[in-house]
Structure formats: C-alpha cells, structure tokens
Design a protein around this ligand. Sequence first.
Ligand code: DGJ
Length: 731
Amino acid sequence: MQHLITFDQENKIFNLSNDKITYLLGIEEGNVLAHIYFGKKVSGYHNQFKYPRLDRGFSGNLPGSLDRTYSLDSLPQEYSSQGVGDYRILAAIIRQENGATASRFVYQGHEILAGKPKLAGLPAAYVKDDAEAQTLKIYLFDEVSQVKLELLYTIYANRAVITRSVKAINEGTQNVTLEKLASLQLDMVKPDLEVLSLPGGHVNERNVQREKVGFGIKKFASRRGTTSHQMNNFIALLEPNASEFSGEVYGFDLVYSGNHSMEVQKDPYGQYRLVAGINDENFAWMLEPTQSFQTPEVVMVYSDQGLNQMSQTYHALIHDRIVRSKFKNQERPILVNNWEATYFDFDESKLRPIVDEAKNLGIEMFVLDDGWFGHRNDDNSSLGDWYLNKGKFPDGLKGFADYVHAQGLKFGLWFEPEMISLDSDLYRAHPDYMLKVPGYQPSPARNQFVLDMGRKEVRQNIQQQMEKLLDQGFIDYIKWDMNRHLSDVYSVALAPNQQGEVLHRYVLGLYEMLEELTTKYDNILWEGCSGGGGRFDSGFAYYMPQSWTSDNTDAIARLKIQYGTSMVYPISTMTSHLSAVPNHQTGRITPFNTRGNMAMSAVFGYELNLTHLTDEEKQQVKQQVAFYKEIRPLVQFGTFIRLKSPFEQNDVAWMFVSKDQKEALLFTFNILADAQPEFTYTKLAGLLADAKYQDVESGAVYYGDELMNIGLYQPVVRQDFSSQYYHFKAL
Ligand code: DGJ
C-alpha cells in the first residue's frame, strides 16, 4: 500500500503527501504540535524550515525555561489553547469546574490508520475503501483538565484534499465545558494573503468578496443557527496574484449546517492563522467524565492553478465522496414547480392544466410547492400539520399524484419540517415544542417559529406525519425547505448549564432525522432549500444531492449567485429554474433564451405558469427541453470552468467540458448593451489542444488550441441581457 503518511522518528516530523500536495507538522520543544508546511507536493523534507528563534518582546516563553527565543505567541502551531501565552485567535477554550479556562495541550501519541473513520452523528467526506486514504490521529493531552484531543487528518491518495476534525474526550473526574472547539487551525507562513468569502443575503446568496488580509482579526460567520444566506461556511486564502487559472489558493469548507465561524488573523510577525469550526458565540458544551465531543469536518483543498482548479477539486470531492444519494450519478429530471406560477392560490383544477402542458412540452416532473397541507392558504398557518388541505384536492393528494403520474411525469412535494405556526394543530397540542426563552415572547419571522429539533419526541412527531405520506409510495421527490433563522434559542429539555448546547443539538437532531429519512426513502430524490440557498453547504449535500440555489430566479441576478456558488459546490447540486418576466424578485425583463441559458447552466427546471406562455414561447420551451436532455450529462457531470466573472465585468462566460474533453458547451452573457461597444472575446479552456472541434449549430471547425488561445468574439447584440451558447463536439 502507498504510504501517504510517514513519521520521521528522529526529527519528529509527520509528512502527509500524495502526488499533488504535502502537509508537514512536527513535535516542537515542550511537546507542542507545530505546523511546518502545506502546499504543492515536495519530494522530501530535510528539517530546514525550522521555526526561527527570536526574542520577541511581550511574547512569553515556556514555563520553567530561560530560553526567551521560543514563544507560543509566534510559533506556527496545529492547535492552540487559551491562557498559556498565545495571544492570537485560539482553537480551544475549555472551562474547568474551578472556573479556569487555561489548557496546555501537548503531544501524547499518534496512530496512522488506513482509510478514514466516520464522524459520529455528523456528515463528512467518506472513502470507497481503505486504500483510498490514510488518516493520522494525533493525541494531545492537558494534564490539569485531563482533557484529551484527537486531531484527525485524512489525506486521499488522488486528490489535493486534506480533511480535518477534532474530538475532545473528558478523561478526568470533573465536568468541563467546551466554550470553543475549532475543527481546524492552520498557521501559515506566507508573504501576503488575500481572503475570498461568499457573503450575501436572501435572494442574493454567495457573492464573491475578495480582500487583503491585513493585521488584526477578520471573522466570517453565521450566528443564525444555520449556514445562512448572509455568509457561507467557506473561505479561500489566496496569493494576491492568484486568478481563476493561476496562483496558489487554499480552500476551507466546513461540512456543517449550523452556526459557523472562519477567523483569519495576520499576527504581529506577519504570519497568518485560520481557525475554523462551529461558531463559539452562543456555544458551550458540557462534557461529563468519559464523554466526548466531535467537531464537524473541514475539507481543505490546495490549488497551484488558481480558483478553477480549487473548485474542480471541491466539485469532484463533494460529488464523489460527500453526496451519497443513489441519484448522484443519475441525470436529474427537468421539473416544473408551481410556486412562482400560483403561490398559494391553487387547487387541483388549476394545477391539472399546468401538468398537461408540462407533458406536452416534454417536462419530466411536477413539483407541488407550499400550501397543500393543513388549512394553509397563505403563510400564516399550518406549519407542523403535514396532512392534506382537503379543499384543494377533492380526490386526496394521492389522487392528484396519480393524475400527474398518468401523464408520464414524476410527482414532487414540498415540506418545511423544522417549523411551527401558532395557528396549527401541532402548536395547539404541543406549545412547548418550539424554541422559546422563558419569560420572553418569541420573535416571529414570516409569522412562523422554529421547532426544537434537538428533542427526539419533536422530531418523531414530524417524521411520523411525513412517513405516513411517504409510505404511500406516490412521492418521487421532496423539497425540504426552511424559511427562517433561529432565534429565542432555549430548550425546555436541557438543564440551565446546557443551554449553550441547543444550537448544535438542533443540527445534530436535524442530521439524525435526515439520515433516517433519506436512507429509508432512498428512492426519493431529495432537494434541500432554505428560502432559496440559505442552507447550501456540503453537510446538507451528504443527505440531499441537490439544493435550490436562490429564491431569486432573475437570470442576471443568478449570474452572480451561480458563479459564487460554483466556487465550492458541483453543478449537479445546484438547481435553477426559468421563470416569468417581469421577474418576481427584481422586476427585470430578460429575453427567454437568456433565462434558458442561465437555468440550463445547472439542474434545470421551470417555475412559471406554463399555460400562460405564448405559442412561440412554448416552441422555445420544447427546444430548450430537447437541448437540455442532450447536454444534461455534460452540464451535470462534466468539468465546470469559469471564464469571465460577473463580479468584474459586463461580459460573463463559463463552460462545461466532458471528462474525455471531446464535448464542450460554452455560455456567454452580455449584461448591458452599449451604443458604441468595445470588442470583447472569450477564450475557452479545458480542451484538447490539437483536437478539432465542430460547433454543432454552425458547423464551423476549430482546433482546441485555437479556441483556447485566440477565442471567439462576443457578438454585438443591440439589446440588454443577451446570451449565446456554443456546443462543440470533437471530430
Ligand atoms: C422558499 C422557497 O425557496 C421557495 O421556492 C418556495 O418553496 C417558498 N419557500 C414556499 O414557501
């Protein structure tokens, strides 16, 4: 077996290497675990990159030592803790019964394992077999608190990926409280770094923000109980000159769906530290003797060829080794969803013509969105009552689903399982099921409240209601929505000194329910959603192979949203629908083909009233559906390459290349038209240099290197929001 991990006993250095990357760490004086290097693969290491000793004023030294040149405040480390002279952002803060929060973790031992262990109760990257990866487990121990840490590092044989997580075990006789336990700390010695993050808002998710990391601390985080639209749980650290195609880039993706934090610091000595994991705000986890706590995992990716290579590494890992659904390699059905077509104003007689038209146009699935249950005719009631709104479906939901199936379409259904309306049978029977702080009136959002998903009986109630429907076997697809963030975080099921656990227990409870449902009903295609892309993360991808990218369906707004989302997540996880104009979120009117090109750049569907289309538009839908069926494997499972960024220019372009590089699809978009336009062109990428490619529509033939070095002019169109596609096949 290939040795991916070795330990140099003499110099006390661990080396994790494959053909692409090397990660080096060592045991320094005082048994402190020190960081040495992470980056492009090196053939060996000869102990030359030693921590430069220097007497730094106001940076203290090891206890009992007269050596003033060694300080935890300047040593690059693997995992730092509070109160022992490291003044930078810390990985762990652990409170003992006497109130002390100091800990001094030192190396105790290590193991090298074949494969990759599972993380109890948490989503994580997995391995196909033990030959695919190796894992280094390093034990750190703090003698006073008797807390042991297990630092896990997994390196895959063929990927520029290292995954990391930490487990804390209370081996003492007193309770301790974890006030912070990061999944990862990475100290980097680099001349200069920038940070790329994915901030946004509802209907404006995952914008690409890039900035210099200056001295001080910068935190990218969510305090909303969930991943959030406002800040995704991914960042990249980059060399200032890194672009889409060149330069060193390091990606960090937390496989988790709750509060998160990525803290970045440039220290006084010009070194960088990243600490990533569960956000320590509103977090405190009590560990009784023998109990343990497992952090979520961070997937680190290294690229020496810019952001595209980083994204492609993430896309492959998430698709191959995080998504588990049996649908992951299956082409996803083209759907029509009734949300923007009808909102709450529907009944079966209104939906049937949409289903008929969908059949006529070649669409493959009908999705019934919000409003089918309880007595929900607007968003003020019935969350928690997952049974039929009888007035809307006289023959029952199954009767309607049978009708959809009879037209040859699959049937999909919307749920929002984590929520409760005050006007619901569930609330009338179990008012204590929702999160609520004693004495305070809870804050509504969209006039709904959040269930305490950390409680088993709460989850079971909802799960049983859902299973009653799922067991009838007429549901092919489920959209799992979440339309508000958490507030009023308090659980009646937990003791006062455990209230800091509520947020993480919520996520663990949710994961347990998702695990049970998605494995029991694995014939259902599950789609994640949170008011659009509010929970678009790789933790969710472990359970659901696709997610609704944004409630914003405007093609031009989606340029940025899908571009940003593609930084981390594979195209097969990203859903996109062609909707009506004027667009319901922006009021913008865009051409039909531009809306199609945007939505066809992901897992494709429609979200408008098909019966309202003109004959000409129906023809266009037929063509789009036929075209998408042809390019679907290329889009959903090909290599995605970003060419021109909507964050930088008026011209946007991206492309898909098949794994054998013999087929390619280029989409270009021009946002605003100009009376006197500058000439612009697009250079393709990822093709075989000396292969000949034919443009399927025009018949024109080009060499791959022609397309990649000379490129194609962007046509001048006297209209805003224009778009083209070019489909190439190698001859
Ligand atoms: C938010 C989702 O993102 C929408 O697509 C739709 O399902 C609504 N919720 C329904 O309430």
